[in-house]
Structure formats: C-alpha cells, structure tokens
Design a protein around this ligand. Sequence first.
Ligand code: KG4
Ligand code: ZN
Length: 379
Amino acid sequence: MTTRILGIESSCDETAAAVVADGRVILSSVVASQIDIHRKYGGVVPELASREHLRSIVPIVREALAQAGLALRDVDAFGVTCGPGLVGSLLVGLTYGKVLASSLGKPLVAVNHLEGHVHAVFLKAYRGGHQPELPAVCLIVSGGHTVLYEVSSRESAKPSGATVFVYRRIGQTRDDAAGEAYDKVAKLLAFGYPGGPVIDKLVAHAIEVGYDRSVPNPFGPTKLKGNPYDFSFSGIKTAVLYYVRAHPELHPEIERRQEAMARGERSVAGLLALSSPRTLALLAHFQRTVIAELVRRTIAAGDEIGARSALVSGGVAANAGLRAAFEQEAGQRDLPVFFPSRELSTDNAAMIAAAAFPKLLAGDLADATLDARPVLPLD
Ligand code: KG4
Ligand code: ZN
C-alpha cells in the first residue's frame, strides 16, 4: 500500500507544499518564492515573510494536491517543518499542518528543515536508481546554514523496524553561511538579491570567455584554530569590501548596476555588460575561494570518518562550480558524490515530506503541542 505524505515548508522565504509517495516518489512539488518581495531590502524581512506565508499557504497546499490529482482525504499523513527558521514563518506552515492533521484525524510528523535538505539528496538518488552508501559525509550549505554531518542509520524499534538516519555534527560555520556570503558580496557589488544564482552565472560566463588573469586573488585560504572541519566566510566578505574601497575605479560601475536594479533590469546579459573585467575576475576569485573551502573541509571530514559517499545539499548546492569541483575531488578518491536536483537544492516541501516518511513508519509523531523551534540542531 502506498503512503502519501503532504509536506509543508515555510521556514524562511519560500511557501512550499508537496506530496511524496513512500518517501521516494514526488507526486507534486509547489514552491512560491517571495524573492520579489524581499529583493528591494536586499534580504529576507521576517514580518513580510510571515504575512506572505499566510497569504500563500492555503492556495499552495491546494495546488500541490491538484497537481498530485488527490483530495485532502487521500493524504495519509502530514509532514511539517518545525525548525530551524524564522519563528513567524515557521508558525504559519506548522499551524496549518496541525489543523489539517487534527481535522482529518491523520498523523502529523515534525521535520527538522536540515533533515529535509539531507532527504532532498536521497530523493534525487532514488530517482536515478542509486542508494548512497552510509556512513556519508553531508554538507548542508545554504543562506542560513553551512554545516557538516556524518550520516549513518539505525533501525527503529519494532514493530516497524524502519530505517532512520542518525546525525553527528562534524563542523559548522563560525560566522556567515556560504550563501549569506554570496548574498552580501552581491549586495556590495550591486548584483541584486539573492546573490548566489547571479554570481554563479556571471562566473561561468567569465570562465568561458576567459577572465582577466592579471587581477591578483585578494583572498587567502581561511585559517582557523581548533576544529579543522569548521568554516568561516565573514573574512572573505570583508576582503571584498576592502577591495572595493581600495579600487575607486569600480565605483561608477557599481552605481550603474544599482540604477539598473532600481529600473528592474537584472538579466545576466545586462549585468555582464555593466561589469568590468576586474569585477568579473574578483567574482571568479571569490567563488573559487568559497568552493575550495567547502570542498576541502568536506572531503577531509569524509576521509576522517571513512565516508562511503558524500552528500551536498542546500541552496548553494545548486552552484555549477561547486558541483564540478566536488565531482572532480571526490572522483579522484572514488568517493561517490550526490546532489539534489537543482529545484530540490533550494527550499521545497518534497524534501520535508520525504523526511517525514521514516519518522511516520517509526511512530515518531507530533501532537497538538508541537511548537516552532527557531533554533533546532539536528544532532
Ligand atoms: O536553501 P535555501 O533556498 O534557503 C536557506 O535555507 O537558506 O538557500 C538560499 C541560498 C541563498 O543564499 C542563495 O544566494 C544561495 O542559496 N544560492 C546559491 C545558488 N542558488 C542559490 N549560491 C550559489 N550558487 C547558486 N547557484
Ligand atoms: Zn534551507
């Protein structure tokens, strides 16, 4: 018998709902992004985010059901993100999930958003007929998180004997998340919000046409005392700030891009035309430095724990350069590396429904007392 779980995600600035069968097959996945609302502020504004979630949650759930060809009564259980995230945003999805579950008399499963990102990798792997072997080293890298876990598994108590994942945190960022560094650098250089996708495309173009190699790399490797698997990205962001201050010849083009943004012109081709070779070289150095940090520490952590696979998830996992660098490094040491599809890299509800499935089998259910947890470690 198929188990259909309706997942709801509202931890940050995406209102999302999805239906997933048996934790593996996506029947529908609908994401309403609020990027256009937060763009003019250069980041997510919590009050606006919760208001927008309120507006979207009911139609998005309805749309997810329609796309799956199901009615509410066909859903076997509800999976909701309970944290970490913005409290006002979390509360919207969580409360709606609670109401649906209790009014229909169906089970409710609370899901940690980070565990959702892990399951996004498995959703894609299953679709390709693969099963990442455990233990795995898992990098979750997004606008809110940069964290490394060891993922292993255990059987839950009888009678279901469901396999559930077990997480051990190996390292994390001590300051900014990698996606946050992308967003802040994009803001500094006037490339709009969010910064990751546009910098990714600009750098891909710069590499393709050949960027100005005479521009020296202003970023050294990040040196950290203590845990070798921790990250730090605030120094890289500050280096960009100092670089811009030290190079006043960049200021007129930054102003021109700001004006273009204000006119709503944000196409990559348009931004390219407004970017000097020096700026493109700076972006290429920035991206290479961030990627090198992420790959180096993840691979080293994988070696340390004897990982049999590497999993990379979260918004920044959509980055083409990051994917290529991981493929290359992991390929050299026969470590299979798995990513979600691009759509499942950023926040979505299919990953929440998938993560809810083993918990449902294991009888790990939530009740009406479930509350939002803005800070919620996975281990
Ligand atoms: O997972 P996500 O949707 O939300 C959080 O949980 O944070 O990630 C969004 C973050 C943003 O910081 C965005 O700039 C970054 O992921 N991002 C990227 C790319 N696409 C999104 N960063 C680098 N390259 C990309 N292609
Ligand atoms: Zn996320």
